[in-house]
Design a protein around this ligand. Structure first.
Ligand SMILES: Nc1ncnc2c1ncn2[C@@H]1O[C@H](COP(=O)(O)OP(=O)(O)OP(=O)(O)O)[C@@H](O)[C@H]1O
Ligand SMILES: [Mg+2]
Length: 246
């Protein structure tokens, strides 16, 4: 189990929190820009999709043309769905102050489907569908889960493995979300450092080392807690718990 690293960071943390706020503001700006872009990209895409559909409705077109236009249509629809997914992810308007942990888990798993397949990682879910909602902004819960899931996928780079998201009811009206991977694990001496800002084992440019720091700050600011346990050679489990919504 990791030790809470606050003590070591007295004095540094306020500086880092400032950086984090600037980062959040940048992300919000990025959200606004991508919302605009999604809108602009979708307008021509819907023209392409409906033009392709009109061609496909014709009777006497050669099979070859039918097949190619069919492909244009389905790829344009895929692009359109993808960009809309991006919009849902970054939009603060759609965020709510209560989140359904199972829906959020499904959303994040769907979102990383391609990243998992590319690494040969099998995604699994074990969701308790009787759970109450948690009093957490849904976009922030998505961000928290995405950070943990992406870390797990990155840890399994090249070797494949399994990644499971599990939701469970806990005592005292709390809800738990577990992200369990079969990756390389984290050595004991590193376990106490992973939540520190700028701690990373990734190549420069690949990771900032802020992911878990931001994740823990977000979780705690919403009344939750986060723990990690890991065995080298077997895998890692991150456990987040939140109080159920009032
Ligand atoms: N599931 C995991 N398995 C193995 N190691 C992990 C896992 N999650 C985190 N780590 C370790 O913790 C370190 C810190 O993670 P953190 O998310 O804070 O930063 P990062 O992933 O390196 O960078 P960034 O989040 O900016 O991409 C990682 O570099 C990695 O060494
Ligand atoms: Mg990370």
């Amino acid at each position: 189990m990791s030790q809470p690293p606050q003590k070591q960071f007295d004095g540094v943390i306020s500086n880092d929190l400032l950086k984090q706020l600037a980062y959040n503001e940048k992300m919000a700006e990025l959200g606004r820009i991508s919302a605009g872009m999604v809108h602009e990209v979708n307008a021509p895409l819907s023209v392409i999709i409906s033009a392709a559909q009109m061609i496909l409705r014709e009777d006497d077109i050669p099979d070859f043309v039918r097949e190619m236009v069919g492909r244009i249509s389905s790829e344009a629809q895929r692009l359109s769905q993808m960009t809309r997914g991006l919009l849902n992810f970054s939009s603060h308007d759609e965020g709510t102050h209560e989140a359904d942990v199972n829906l959020t888990a499904e959303f994040v798993l769907e979102f990383v489907g391609y990243e998992a397949a590319r690494r040969g990682v099998v995604l699994l879910r074990n969701l308790d569908h009787r759970l109450p909602a948690v009093g957490v902004e849904s976009n922030l819960l998505k961000q928290i889960l995405l950070n943990l899931v992406m870390n797990a996928l990155q840890a399994m780079e090249g070797d494949g493995g399994r990644l499971m998201v599990e939701t469970v009811a806990l005592a005292e009206n709390q809800v738990g979300i577990l992200v369990v991977d079969t990756g390389p694990g984290i050595p004991d001496d590193a376990l106490g450092k992973i939540f520190e800002p700028y701690y990373t084992t990734k190549k420069p440019g690949d990771g900032t080392g802020l992911g878990l720091f931001v994740t823990r700050t977000l979780v705690e600011s919403m009344g939750g807690s986060i723990d990690v346990s890991s065995t080298v050679g077997e895998g890692t489990t991150f456990a987040v718990r939140f109080p159920a919504a009032e």
